[in-house]
Design a protein around this ligand. Structure first.
Ligand SMILES: [Zn+2]
Length: 157
């Protein structure tokens, strides 16, 4: 067991999000819709020393596995993240997130004039750029405030 693993408790079943961009743990929880009111056991490590990243955040959520769209948004907030699915205290699956070339249906456009905000049946779709996300309808760029523009996606059980 490494030093960093000792800092947060082990979980029985759930998800460990490792190598999160330092300082993003609370954004990641907001993205997952976790504010503590659901009763999940959540462990947080912030600004933990990391060989690969210098500093990183770690989030462990008991009893919760991420949906594909949640992993997609996670990749936008924390491009270096690894997602570990834990079952019976063992890591069942481990994967790096991949930055998609576009995302659809998980974010809303920051432009209030955009057709996707006008109640039309248009799913907001964004092209993923190196430094932001471009709305394919109006061309507006979404940069650092991704978590403020999360669409209300149904949460996975
Ligand atoms: Zn737009």
């Amino acid at each position: 067991m490494t030093d960093t693993e000792l800092r947060v408790s082990k979980i029985e079943n759930g998800t460990v999000l490792d190598h999160l961009t330092a300082g993003q743990a609370l954004h990641v929880l907001a993205m997952l819709g976790i504010d503590g009111s659901g009763g999940e056991a959540v462990s947080l490590g912030m600004n933990v020393p990391s060989e690969r990243l210098g500093r990183k955040d770690v989030v462990k959520v008991e009893g919760r596995e991420l949906s594909d769209s949640e992993v997609e948004v996670l990749s936008l907030i924390a491009p270096d993240a690894t997602v570990n699915i834990v079952r019976d205290y063992e890591v069942e699956a481990k994967r790096r997130v991949e930055r998609p070339s576009n995302v659809s249906g998980v974010l809303t456009c920051p432009n209030s004039e955009c057709i996707t905000n006008a109640g039309e049946p248009a799913d907001p779709t964004f092209e993923v750029l190196d430094d932001g996300l471009r709305c394919e309808y109006c061309g507006d760029i979404l940069r650092d405030d991704i978590t403020a523009h999360l669409a209300d996606t149904p949460q996975s059980p």
